[in-house]
Design a protein around this ligand. Structure first.
Ligand code: NAD
Length: 475
């Protein structure tokens, strides 16, 4: 078997002990671009041993120097941005310009984590009697097991590497088997910059087998996952059984409120770009469009125009505005949500169909008259679908907006300051974008409320999920 996407364990790039693997597909063609290696328990034991040694070695590198290494890794990514972006587009599907933006954002995360490493500090308190001094020390939490998805295969891993490595932890990452090249490129940049080989392992395989093995492993101290709510719950439960802390960045279903006081065409222009970015496969994507009745017709007409004119194609073509969905599962899931809504009486204003029979393309879709019981209004769509829902009564709309288990992001379009304040206060979400879409910036802590997650990533606290404190009392 030829392996184009190997495991990386202790600095060795190699196939798995059982010499097994799976095809990696280009979503624009549906054809294989190579095979990704699968790890078995022998490989995972090797990764665990390496990570335990890597932890000691990396902890021995001063935070100042760790910062320099992470900054250098960021520079490696940027100097190789064109070829890395082509890897992302080939295995994930997004247009090349979006792939380049992802590489830039990944580099920014590494740089930010490195900068925060240089600020690691403890504190001292005076004890309750003069002879006593209290020291509060900050330590790396230990070996991190990270599970990362396919939608931003590099950036969502880079966030975790930036926090974990910045804090002084070693990390074993299991990226999505569907997009292995992106994280391998990240590992290459980190190793070239000087992260000790034992401190980073990349393993692929059967996701459930790997998480079942790594989470209870004695060497692992922290679990971090980005993906769907159901899988997040499984992993958090497994971590709970062995009392290990988790960070969970899970799905969303963002209410997007367009008030009557804004220019509805301008709101539709902004929201079409937001919605069709990465073919709608963004956890922060706007997904339920509540539009005030007075501007409903104009908003829907403009959004429909955009959906019909949006150029869908291979992400390698510079004219492409939206690439394919990432895999056949997504095409099936989106087709199901659209059919379900149609059968319940929704009207399709644009799209509503798969495009062609090669690759995983789905048309940008706008629907109206979507009944409250349609599945799309309850399940995270993760695709290019715009259900437009007119509203008259703000309180009724808010009940619906806040009424799901999701609490990741929400959007509001209004120029009325009092209304902006009232609605941003009333929305039960970890992120609220007013008059614009929101992306994850390194300088901002991002995390979901309710079932959308646990903990945050990014911000001045980017290292915190990977740190523990020690209280030392000196007499
Ligand atoms: P999924 O939940 O099956 O997989 C998501 C990721 O989790 C993949 O990388 C997969 O390899 C990994 N995974 C799955 N089961 C695992 C397990 N038992 N142990 C460890 N890792 C495991 O979903 P999917 O079909 O790939 O995507 C569908 C849904 O996932 C989407 O509808 C969306 O809700 C969600 N999703 C969210 C994000 C996000 O950024 N929050 C990213 C990708 C997918």
């Amino acid at each position: 078997m030829t392996i184009e996407f190997p495991l990386v364990i202790n600095g060795r790039w190699r196939e798995g002990a059982a010499r097994q693997g799976q095809d990696v597909l280009n979503p624009a063609t549906g054809e294989s671009i190579g095979k990704v290696a699968h790890a078995n328990s022998t490989d995972l034991d090797e990764a665990l041993d390496a990570a335990a040694r890597g932890l000691v070695e990396w902890q021995g590198v001063s935070p100042w120097q760790r910062g320099a290494i992470l900054k250098s890794a960021a520079d490696h990514l940027i100097s190789d941005i064109d070829s890395i972006a082509r890897i992302i587009t080939t295995e994930q599907g997004k247009p090349l310009a979006e792939a380049k933006a992802e590489v830039t954002r990944s580099a920014e995360f590494l740089e930010w984590g490195g900068e925060q490493a240089r600020r690691i500090a403890g504190r001292t308190l005076r004890g309750r009697v003069a002879a006593n001094r209290i020291e509060i020390e900050t330590h790396p939490i230990g070996v991190v097991a990270a599970f990362t998805p396919w939608n931003f295969p590099m950036a969502l891993a880079a966030k975790k590497f930036a926090g974990a490595l910045g804090a002084g932890c070693s990390i074993i990452c299991k990226p999505s088997e569907e997009t292995p090249g992106s994280v391998l490129a990240l590992a290459k940049a980190l190793l070239s910059a000087g992260v000790p080989p034992a401190a980073i392992s990349i393993v692929f395989g059967r996701p459930e087998e790997i998480s079942n093995y790594l989470i209870p492993a004695a060497a692992v101290a922290k679990i971090t996952f980005t993906g769907s709510i159901p899988v997040g719950k499984q992993l958090a439960a497994a971590a709970g059984r062995v009392m290990k802390p988790v960070t969970m960045e899970l799905g969303g279903h963002a209410p997007t409120i367009v008030c009557g006081d804004v220019d509805p065409e301008r709101a539709a222009d902004i929201l079409a770009r937001a919605k069709f970015a990465n073919s709608g496969q963004i956890c922060l994507s706007p997904t339920r469009f509540f539009v005030e009745e007075s501007v409903f017709e104009r908003f829907t007409a403009r959004m429909t125009e955009h959906a019909k004119a949006w150029r869908v194609g291979d992400g390698m073509d510079p004219k492409t505005q939206m690439g394919p969905l990432a895999n056949e599962r997504r095409v099936q899931a989106i087709s199901h949500l659209v059919e379900d809504a149609r059968q319940r009486g929704a009207k399709i204003a644009a799209g509503g169909n798969r495009i062609g029979n090669r690759g995983f393309f789905y048309a940008p879709t706008v629907m109206t008259d979507v009944p409250e019981n349609a599945e799309i209004l309850h399940s995270e769509p993760f695709g290019p679908i715009v259900p437009v829902l007119p509203f008259k009564d703000e309180n009724e709309m808010l009940k619906q907006a806040n009424g799901l288990e999701f609490g990741l992001s929400a959007y509001l379009f209004s120029n009325d300051a009092a209304r902006q304040r009232r609605l941003t206060d009333a929305l039960h979400f970890g992120t609220v974008g007013v008059n614009e879409f929101v992306t994850h910036l390194p300088e901002v802590p991002l995390g979901g409320w309710k079932e959308s997650g646990f903990g945050t990533e990014g911000g001045i606290e980017i290292l915190s999920p990977y740190q523990k404190t020690k209280f030392v009392s000196v007499w």
